[in-house]
Write a protein that binds this ligand. Sequence first.
Ligand SMILES: Nc1nc2c(c(=O)[nH]1)N(C=O)[C@@H](CNc1ccc(C(=O)N[C@@H](CCC(=O)O)C(=O)O)cc1)CN2
Ligand SMILES: Nc1ncnc2c1ncn2[C@@H]1O[C@H](COP(=O)(O)OP(=O)(O)OP(=O)(O)O)[C@@H](O)[C@H]1O
Length: 191
Amino acid sequence: MAVPSLPKSAQRMQALAARRDYAHALTPALRSDLEAKLARIVLPHLIGARIIAFYHPLKAEISPYPILAGIGADQKAAFPWFLDRDARMMFREAPAVTPSPWGVLQPSAEAEALAPDLVLVPLVAADRHGTRIGHGKGHYDRALAHLRESGTVFTIGLGWEPQIVEDPIEADSWDISLDAIATPAEWIITK
Ligand SMILES: Nc1nc2c(c(=O)[nH]1)N(C=O)[C@@H](CNc1ccc(C(=O)N[C@@H](CCC(=O)O)C(=O)O)cc1)CN2
Ligand SMILES: Nc1ncnc2c1ncn2[C@@H]1O[C@H](COP(=O)(O)OP(=O)(O)OP(=O)(O)O)[C@@H](O)[C@H]1O
């Protein structure tokens, strides 16, 4: 018999607490080592992408900056950018230099607006089918739905290994599933 899962808000709170505890327990050296391993796993999959969306990591999130350091001279890096709290998330050219309405660093308002063809998505949690739990504001779901109206976008979820949950997460109708997920330990092609 199917076991009913916790409501998404409860799953999110549990996953946020687990992410925080995991990240807090890492020594700086181990953390850098894991972030370098993530970059080695992800970089070969970025070949061919023209505009790659990164994110400026929150305290407990795995950093994509070692990946950014390894992209090609012909590739552009973008970061999420918000006009205000009610606006849809857009992307502008790196670097991320000023606090966004959500507190995360974002590019300046003068930086070029970009439409990424590859998006690195921060996870709160994800299952092996690519169903994701984020911060619950729908920023990535809405931004990815918009980008897909005008082209194809490849999405890669990034997280620490324990953020991959073995029990399936129930997808909502608006959830955009990830094409792949990377952790310092593995590359997961979702299906
Ligand atoms: N690093 C990162 N950048 C991102 C996101 C994200 O999840 N991670 N976003 C994903 O949509 C967008 C910003 N949306 C956000 C929505 C809510 C909160 C949030 O709940 N913040 C907590 C504080 C977290 C902390 O400082 O550790 C809060 O306000 O309580 C953060 C970002 C775009 N940029
Ligand atoms: N394409 C969309 N158009 C309009 N509203 C949307 C869309 N996608 C998501 N939303 C809204 O966003 C809200 C939050 O969605 P959800 O709980 O799935 O966020 P999340 O995926 O966990 O977080 P995030 O995308 O911010 O990282 C939902 O109430 C949903 O109605």
